[in-house]
Ligand binder design. Structure first.
Ligand code: ADP
Ligand code: MG
Length: 455
C-alpha cells in the first residue's frame, strides 16, 4: 500500500480527499460486494483536528463498520491521517434529513460507540404512575434499572395492549443510560428484529448482526409474541439470548400474553423467557386512571377542570392508551373549536370514542326504562302484585337485567323486592322461551334494549 499524503499535509486535505484515500486502502482489503454495500454509500462531511466526520446511511451500516470492518477501517484511517485520527459518525435516521450525531470516539482501541438506543426519552419512571395494577412490575423494573444483569434476568413483562409495557421497559433503558453511560442499551421491537435479521441473511451478514447484538449490555425486546412462527429468527435469537445471559447482560422482554400462551414459539425459547422473573401489568383502577390523567396534564400546560378528569377516568376503563387518547382528543377539540374544556365537551368526545362499546347498564336503569314503557312505577316492579301486566313487566325487567348486566340471579332477585334467585331464573327462562314464538315480545325487548343503551 502506498500513501501519497504526508503528515504535514494533513491539515490541508479536506474530508473528501482523506476519505477517498481511505477508500483506496479499504477497497484492496474487502470484497467488492462488501465495499459496494457498506463503504460506497458513506459520505464524508468534515475533517477537523484529526477528526473525520462520516455520514452513514443507516444503523445497519454502522453495525457493519463496528462489527466487521473495524480493524480495516482503523488501519486505513491511521495510514491516511496519522495515529491521532478519530472518527465521528452521523447516522441518517430513516432517510429523513434529521441527523443523529454519535459521540466522538477514538478509533483505536476498538471503536466503542454509544449507539442509538432507540429509546423514547419521555418514557421514564417519573412519568410512570404506580398503582396496584403495575406495582410489582414497576418494582422489578426499577431494581433491574439500578443493577442491570444482576437480578431478575431475564425480565418478562406481559399484559394486554395499552397497559404500559413499552413505557415501563423503556424506562429501564433510559434509567440505565443515565446511570451507566458506558453501557450499551438497545431497544427493539420483535418485528424490527425480524426484519433486521432478514436483511442480514440477504446481505450475508448474520455474523456481524450477531456480533452487534452480543456487545449490548441491556437488550430490550418488545412484543416477543411476534416471533411466533419465525423459526429461523427464533433460533438466532436463542443464541444471542444465551450469549448475553451467560455474560450477565440484562435481557428485558414484553409480551401481550403469559408465556404459557405463546403459541408458535419454540419450547426452549419460552422456557428461557420465563427463566427469570415474569410479571404482569393489569387494568388500572379508578384512582390510578385519575392519577395518570393528572400526570399527563401536569406535563403540559393545559387547564382541565378536575371534574372532567374524573369523568374521563370513570368512563374510560379499557386501557391507558385509550385514556390518554380521550384527553388528547379533548384538548384538540377545545383548541380547534375554541371551546372551553368542560363536562359537556368531554361527553361529546367520549361518545365519539366509545360509541361502539356500550357501557354496562345498571339494574336501576333497566327498572326505570321497563316501568316507563309499561306505564308502571319501579315500586310496582318491586312490589308484591301478581296482576298479569305487572308480573310480565317484572319478568321482562329481570330478563334484561340478566342479559345486559354481569349481576348474578341472586343479586338481581335482591333488587326486585328481595325475591329469591329461583324466581329470577324462572323469569329468565320464561321470557327466553316466549321470545321464540312471540314476535311482538321480541320487538318490545329490542326496543327496550336500545332505550336502556341510550341512558
Ligand atoms: P403497551 O406497550 O402495554 O401496549 P404502552 O407502554 O405503549 O402500552 O402505554 C400506552 C400509553 O399509556 C403510553 O403513552 C404510556 O405512556 C401510557 N401509560 C401506560 N401506563 C402508564 C402509567 N402507569 N403511567 C403513565 N402513563 C402510562
Ligand atoms: Mg407496547
Amino acid at each position: 500500500m502506498h500513501l501519497t499524503i504526508m503528515e504535514k499535509d494533513i491539515l490541508l486535505i479536506n474530508a473528501r480527499e482523506a476519505w477517498k484515500n481511505c477508500l483506496n486502502i479499504i477497497r484492496s482489503k474487502v470484497t467488492e460486494k462488501g465495499y459496494r454495500t457498506w463503504f460506497e454509500p458513506i459520505i464524508p462531511v468534515g475533517l477537523e483536528n484529526d477528526v473525520l466526520r462520516l455520514l452513514l446511511p443507516n444503523q445497519a451500516c454502522y453495525q457493519q463498520l463496528e462489527g466487521h470492518y473495524v480493524d480495516i477501517l482503523a488501519e486505513a484511517l491511521t495510514s491516511v491521517l496519522g495515529q491521532n485520527a478519530k472518527l465521528e459518525y452521523q447516522i441518517e435516521q430513516n432517510s429523513k434529513t434529521e441527523i443523529h450525531t454519535q459521540k466522538i470516539e477514538p478509533i483505536k482501541p476498538l471503536i466503542k460507540q454509544t449507539f442509538d438506543s432507540n429509546l423514547n426519552d419521555e418514557y421514564t419512571f417519573d412519568n410512570f404512575v404506580e398503582g396496584d395494577c403495575n406495582r410489582m412490575s414497576k418494582a422489578a423494573a426499577m431494581s433491574i434499572a439500578e443493577r442491570p444483569g444482576v437480578m431478575y434476568n431475564p425480565l418478562l413483562v406481559f399484559g394486554e395492549v395499552g397497559l404500559g409495557k413499552t413505557h415501563l421497559v423503556q424506562a429501564i433503558g433510559n434509567h440505565v443510560k443515565h446511570k451507566y453511560p458506558e453501557k450499551n442499551v438497545y431497544y427493539i421491537s420483535s418485528e424490527k428484529f425480524i426484519s433486521q435479521f432478514v436483511d442480514a441473511i440477504r446481505e450475508n451478514a448474520v455474523q456481524s448482526f450477531n456480533k452487534f447484538y452480543e456487545q449490548i449490555d441491556v437488550l430490550i425486546v418488545d412484543d416477543v409474541q411476534f416471533f411466533s412462527g419465525k423459526e429461523k429468527t427464533q433460533e438466532n435469537f436463542f443464541h444471542i439470548f444465551n450469549a448475553l445471559h451467560i455474560h450477565k447482560k440484562a435481557i428485558i422482554l414484553t409480551s401481550d400474553r403469559p408465556p404459557k400462551d405463546l403459541k408458535g414459539l419454540e419450547d426452549r425459547l419460552v422456557s428461557r423467557f420465563s427463566s427469570g422473573l415474569t410479571v404482569d401489568v393489569q387494568l388500572p383502577d379508578y384512582e390510578t386512571r385519575l392519577a395518570i390523567l393528572e400526570k399527563k396534564i401536569t406535563t403540559g400546560n393545559e387547564v382541565v377542570p378536575h371534574e372532567v378528569l374524573q369523568y374521563i377516568a370513570q368512563n374510560v376503563t379499557t386501557n391507558i392508551r385509550e385514556l390518554e387518547g380521550c384527553l388528547i382528543s379533548l384538548l384538540a377539540r377545545s383548541s380547534l373549536e375554541k371551546r372551553t374544556i368542560d363536562l359537556a365537551l368531554a361527553r361529546e368526545v367520549l361518545i365519539n370514542i366509545t360509541r361502539n362499546k356500550p357501557k354496562e347498564a345498571s339494574i336501576e336503569t333497566i327498572q326505570i326504562v321497563v316501568a316507563q314503557h309499561f306505564d308502571l312505577t319501579v315500586e310496582d316492579l318491586n312490589g308484591v302484585s301478581r296482576k298479569k301486566d305487572i308480573a310480565t313487566a317484572r319478568q321482562i325487567a329481570m330478563y334484561l337485567c340478566k342479559k345486559l348486566t354481569q349481576n348474578s340471579y341472586k343479586i338481581i332477585g335482591s333488587k326486585f323486592g328481595n325475591r329469591d334467585h329461583s324466581t329470577v331464573v324462572h323469569a329468565f327462562q320464561t321470557i327466553e322461551n316466549l321470545c321464540k314464538t312471540d314476535k311482538k315480545l321480541k320487538e318490545t325487548l329490542s326496543l327496550l334494549e336500545v332505550q336502556i343503551g341510550q341512558r
